[in-house]
Design a protein around this ligand. Structure first.
Ligand code: FES
Ligand code: FES
Length: 173
């Protein structure tokens, strides 16, 4: 593109954490940039910016995606969940509670991506074993922990989610 050539800008409408959001973005802008810079949701972290580290992971229609590799305009009409959308008010999501209880993280840079990846795992597989947890987070790099505490936290999260489901089942009985 020459210096004088106009940039292509497009309107994008996305549901983010349950809220309809709109922005006018350059066609080349990534979903991560839309979230962080335009919508000020800086919980989504950018590490490598080329699809390797997983720190930018968000849920797109419930499926974990690398938001650094996706164009913002590709999210048009879709539903995005970022780490800011995991908790229900003051009530932590089970993956947040489980990882809090097991002191899963240190610096926290990998945390949003791993929490969202784990949330998608528990949605699809409420009783994962350790191997399933390790497989699920195998695309998320953590440079601090050695992963043991993270796996432990996600397994604890699965217990918490099951306990909550059992509690609700009891309420309805
Ligand atoms: S910042 Fe997207 S995968 Fe690393
Ligand atoms: S806690 Fe530091 S990168 Fe994972």
């Amino acid at each position: 593109m020459s210096a004088t050539e106009p940039r292509t800008e497009l309107d994008v409408a996305v549901e983010v954490n349950g809220e309809p959001r709109r922005a006018r973005v350059e066609a080349r802008r990534s979903l991560a940039e839309l979230l962080r810079d335009d919508l000020e949701l800086t919980g989504t972290h950018l590490g490598c910016e080329h699809g390797v580290c997983g720190s930018c992971t968000v849920l797109l229609d419930g499926v974990p995606v690398r938001s650094c590799l996706m164009l913002a305009v590709q999210a048009e009409g879709r539903s995005v969940v970022t780490v800011e959308g995991l908790a229900d008010g003051d009530r932590l999501h089970p993956v947040q509670q489980g990882c809090l209880e097991r002191h899963s993280f240190q610096c926290g840079f990998c945390t949003p991506g791993i929490l969202l990846t784990a949330a998608a795992l528990l949605d699809a597989q409420p009783e994962p074993d350790e191997a399933a947890v390790r497989e699920a987070i195998s695309g998320n790099i953590c440079r601090c922990t050695g992963y043991e505490s993270i796996v432990d936290g996600i397994l604890r999260a699965a217990e918490i989610a099951r306990e909550a489901a059992d509690g609700h089942a009891g309420e309805g009985a």
